[in-house]
Design a protein around this ligand. Structure first.
Ligand code: NAD
Ligand code: ZN
Length: 360
């Protein structure tokens, strides 16, 4: 299907389906992309060997000039030095104002290529071809950027893609852990906004894990649609958009201290979402909320507890470095029930500590 994302005075389509990679040239043409100017594809060392040829063939077949630049897989490619390499490739390749930068890969490639597109010649067109489930999250909202050695996502911009081509066939090669981690963000969209969708994720968990195309298409479209709804009501992050951070305060702290690569982002926020449910119950939600949340996450083969050996003080310390922490209380997205959350700015650190203990 096709979802039109409308943000401010701009809108762009997210096409989700099978075999879109092979039709990229057709979509480029339909979108009025320039055949005179070169287009630069950014991909990574895992994705490029699998899918780059199919994309370049399709574009070349429709008469497009394409160049490609392959980065190493992983978060380390969201760096200033790799960014410089991408800009160098763009200059050497003769990209001009009518060119585009195309991201073929997961969220890492998307953020890096998107930031290059946002900044090259003060902004050229950006096309996203996501190849992970998690990247449905980055295909809406326009956030692009890279990391600074001192802080993640510290350098960036808002730059909406021109077009998103989500070919669910490309997801078939994802490692199982990446599949579950991506589904954590999909389920999150249900947990913050739409109880029916959260339950749908559970009912279709086996089909989602098996990467059945039609089921994935529906889930990705729904996830993107919910995010679009939230973001369009709060494009520059003043209030509502914060609900997208459900599970992320604890999740980011877990990622920061558990050692790089121990937990994938989706796994860390899964544990964080259980913690948020525990907090919700302490603040008045029905006690069944914790078990319900756990069971939803477990159906997607996600972790729901902290390793016992993880030190509570260290985790609390990492949370206090989080920008949402102010003078002994934390801003937290707190669930009221499945599908409904509220933003609370007054959560005492002591209460969070109790939840962390309970998570072990
Ligand atoms: P990723 O891009 O690193 O992909 C995960 C792994 O899967 C990598 O090893 C990659 O090489 C591999 N891979 C990708 N596609 C594959 C395929 N089809 N088959 C086999 N292997 C494949 O990570 P991700 O989880 O997609 O995204 C995480 C990044 O996204 C983080 O940097 C995060 O900050 C960013 N992000 C951005 C936004 C946003 O709004 N801009 C939102 C969420 C996350
Ligand atoms: Zn996230």
């Amino acid at each position: 299907g096709t979802l039109i994302v409308e943000l401010g005075d701009r809108s762009y389509p997210i096409h989700i389906g099978q075999g879109l990679l092979e039709q990229a040239g057709v979509y480029f043409a339909r979108h009025g992309m320039s055949r005179k100017s070169p287009h630069l594809i950014i991909s990574d060392g895992n994705t490029a060997p699998l899918y780059l040829n199919r994309l370049t063939d399709s574009l070349a077949h429709s008469g497009y000039k394409v160049l490609s630049f392959i980065v190493q897989p992983g978060e380390k490619s969201k760096s200033l030095s790799v960014y410089e390499e991408v800009i160098t490739a763009a200059i050497e390749g003769g990209l001009d104002r009518s060119s585009s930068i195309v991201a073929l890969g997961g969220g890492v490639v998307g953020d890096l290529a998107g930031f290059a597109a946002a900044s090259y010649m003060r902004g050229i067109r950006f096309i996203q071809i996501p190849t992970t489930i998690l990247a449905h999250d980055s295909s809406v909202g326009g956030k692009v950027g890279i990391n600074h050695p001192l802080a993640k996502n510290m350098i960036g911009a808002f730059h909406q893609p021109e077009l998103v081509l989500y070919d669910v066939n490309t997801l078939l090669t994802l490692p199982p852990r990446e599949v579950s981690a991506g589904l954590a963000e999909m389920l999150k969209h249900g947990l913050i906004w739409d109880a029916d969708f959260a339950r749908w994720c559970q009912e279709h968990a086996d089909s989602l894990l098996a990467l059945e195309p039609e089921v994935l298409e529906y889930g990705l479209e729904k996830g993107c649609a919910i995010k679009a709804k939230v973001v369009s009501q709060d494009e520059r992050e003043n209030g509502l958009r914060a609900i997208l951070n459900l599970g992320h305060t604890i999740g980011h702290a877990i990622e920061a201290i558990a050692g790089y690569g121990t937990f994938l982002h989706g796994e860390a926020i899964s544990i964080g979402m259980v913690g948020s449910a525990m907090l919700g119950v302490r603040l008045g939600a029905d006690p069944s909320l914790v078990e319900e949340t756990r069971s939803l996450l477990q159906s997607l083969r996600l972790p729901v507890a902290l390793p016992r050996e993880l030190d509570t003080d260290t985790l609390m310390g990492a949370m206090m470095h989080d920008k949402k922490f102010k003078e002994g209380s934390i801003t937290f997205v707190v669930p009221l029930s499945i599908g409904q959350v509220e933003i609370r700015k007054d959560i005492p650190a002591s209460l969070v500590r109790e939840v962390v203990e309970q998570l072990k």
